[in-house]
Design a protein around this ligand. Sequence first.
Ligand code: IPM
Ligand code: MG
Length: 361
Amino acid sequence: MELKITCIPGDGIGPEIVAEAKKALDAVAEKYGHHMQYTDILMGGASIDVHGVPLTDEAVETARSADAVLMGSIGGDTTTSPWYKLAPNLRPEAGLLAIRKALNLFANLRPAVLYEELAGACPLKTEISEKGFDMLIMRELTGGLYFGERKTTEENGIRKAVDTLTYDENEIRRIAIKGFDIARKRKKKVTSVDKANVLDSSRLWRAVVEEVAKDYPDVILEHMLVDNCAMQLVKDPAQFDVILTENMFGDILSDEASMVTGSIGMLASASLNDTKFGLYEPSHGSAPDIAGKDLANPIATILSASMMLRYSFDLDKEADAIDGAVKQVLKDGYRTGDIMSDGCEKVGCKKMGDLIVERIK
Ligand code: IPM
Ligand code: MG
């Protein structure tokens, strides 16, 4: 199979981790007889430095013409980087929001899994972590507060800022359908998270999710208020299968969930539209403090490449080969600094990539 992939190395540790993910993809291609065709585009700070904007129309068109996009990370140190002296719509993050919108990537899948080998890194009490957990946060990605109208004004010397949270029923329905479809392939439970005791947008969310649930009698639906969900994630994460929620709640809860695993450097993500097209990126950020030092953990990006094979190309066997190689490398006791523990061997980003490639072959 010919796989046309657009890569966004991006900023910070992005280029290093994308390089390792490409190595893993190439190893899979060689083993299973596929051909990868990569085209790089600039986004975030890397694009600002060259073009003065975090994403150009040409870059969007290149991404659109591919079968899938593999991204590293974007952004820099918000207190010291000159990128953050620019107007908000010209900063690195604006590029990420723009590509999500331009490519209609409304469904963001963020798995948060407690890896057996890394259970020691979980910050929760043993009696909670020993139950294990494997949840998927399904975050709506192109609506809500991050895309609503916003403005800052000043009236009679008083500064005022407004952000708007809008959802229409179609935006809610399409993400709910994706959530239930995926729950069907997992443990068949959807926890829909909202703030329906206060917000109209949440009351509509809840009503539409209920309607969609009627078509999935085999999937259990429960509703949970977002503040309670934040609490339940540390109290009893094993209760969750698919968490279905709107943009900002999903942004916040997915960071919390990844922290609870103790190994954010391991967590992949996929952002999908209503075709097979998707953008795949690690759940962590650009870690500018360790960029270029061969210290980053490439596993989240390598697992994102595996999600790409699975969701955009239906190459399950190939994706399993990557996931299996990652599990094996952990079993064999190799760790990058972020997941290091006693008795293991500490390796850099490149070496971790090499070790995974060896196990794919
Ligand atoms: C994420 C990030 C982005 C978001 C930022 C960088 C705009 O936090 O992917 O979760 O809020 O969506
Ligand atoms: Mg976030």
